[in-house]
Design a protein around this ligand. Sequence first.
Ligand code: NAP
Length: 538
Amino acid sequence: MGSIAAEQNVEVLVIGAGISGIYMLYKLRELNISARVLEAGSGAGGTWYWNRYPGARFDSESWTYCYSFSKDLLNEWDWKEHFAPQAETESYLNFVVDKFNLREGIQFQSRVSSAHYDYSHNQWKVTTESGEVFNTHFLVTAIGSLTNPVLPRIPGITKFKGTWTHTGLWPKEGIDYAGKRVAVVGTGATGIQTIQEVAKSAGTLTVFQRRPNWCSPLGNRKIDAKEMESIRARYDEIFSICKTTPGCFVHQFDSRSVFDVSPEEREAFWEKHYYEPGFGLWMGNFRDVYTDKKANALLSEYVAKKVRERVKDPKVADKLIPTDHGFGTRRVPLETQYLEVYNQGNVELVDLNEESIERVTEKGIKTSKQEREFDVIIYATGFDPVTGSFNAIDIVGVDGQRLKELWAPGPKTQLGFLVSGFPNMLMAMGPHSALGNFPRSIEYSVEWIANLLGYARDNGISVIEATEKGQKEWTDHVRTCSEGLLVNDVDSWITGVNSNVDGKKTRTLVIFNGSAVDYRARCDKVARDQYKELSLKI
Ligand code: NAP
């Protein structure tokens, strides 16, 4: 006779052992609050555990992306490249987990399927896919913004007899694509990293592109011991710069308008930023390039010229130049010789606006024009954005309210941390919070939650909830901050769109588009005022 496992009780249950969940556990330990982390994967790292596709690496400088909370950690870890590859980052995050003895606080291979609030006991009942049940006073979601991979809606995907995968589910043992006939579907940041890497050794590479994306060079290099020492000496300065920029990067917008300078000066400015490492061109541009269509058109034309210079065949170059959105109005993928891939004889770019995919067959992909045969098909087709990781869990609050239903027209939150009707559920990097250079925002988000939980413990608070008023104000504020930004006129994960997900075909406001500096100031004020703006009950 099988036995039913006893339900387990825990003060704080954290879902996810990515960068947020790891640090959350560290902070809760520091506060002496008992906590358990449930993680779906068999290892720590979240995004950097799952996304092990070829070419996966940081687009933020390694030394701006790492945790800043521990001097010892900063002293002990040497970054080997300015933009670290996935394997290095996964090792780093495991190093952090082991350095701070966090591993035994994380239960791996435990995917949470539901979280139901029990009003009479003021606790959350959390169930995993394998049927384990946890009762927890506080529930912290640390489940990421781009977590649940989405396959395209193409008939026949599973009929393919060769090897196929989504980039976000790349197998640990790898896929041998050297010398093989490879297809990549999707040309977002992930597709671009995959394509430029796979092109180095595939026999043939066929890229299926629905819409091109503007991209700019990554400018990666190795870091030797001497340079690492100089970076280390500047860590305080680096992190304080990140605290002053709207997106928490080291790149700062220029206070001038595009139209304040001559065409020659403008060109020289863009030329400098195009070739500098990282997001300089995206995040270090003139102040009006993402609010003024004419300014943005000039910038886009500059980047289009670069595409035409780098891609030999003008017809192919034209296909790689976006016409439906301006530079920087979607997340800009950073690349290393990506455009030059299309100069290789063994690479074909299939423009899905000219021939659409009809279905995947046993042998390959059939478009409206022809069937092409492949050994490997890679879907770099993105994620169910921002609310997707919440929608994947059956989250039920007071009076049987389902979070997925409440948020169907778009998320409602107070400060991105709390939702009215979902007491004691705290979201690290929830919808409507400032994202940007993720770990910078993660550290803030986790510290804010930890401070609130410490305050609750010290003051005998047993219920923490958003107020309807506070939630409405914040949701309205998120809307106000988005007004006039060109990014909100474009379909992308930033506007909550994924054409392959029901209910996500139209734009919603899923992230806070204002400055992270303002976001933190607002949240700091709430903490300074002893959380009076929230609903706290003894
Ligand atoms: P994505 O930006 O959503 O791109 C998905 C791609 O798949 C798009 O090109 C999309 O075309 C295409 N697609 C979707 N359905 C399709 C279909 N049925 N047929 C053909 N093409 C289809 O996803 P992602 O590239 O995984 O990137 C998501 C985000 O993850 C990035 O923006 C970035 O924030 C993050 N990321 C970060 C890093 C890093 O830091 N290094 C690396 C990778 C990703 P459409 O454009 O037409 O929709």
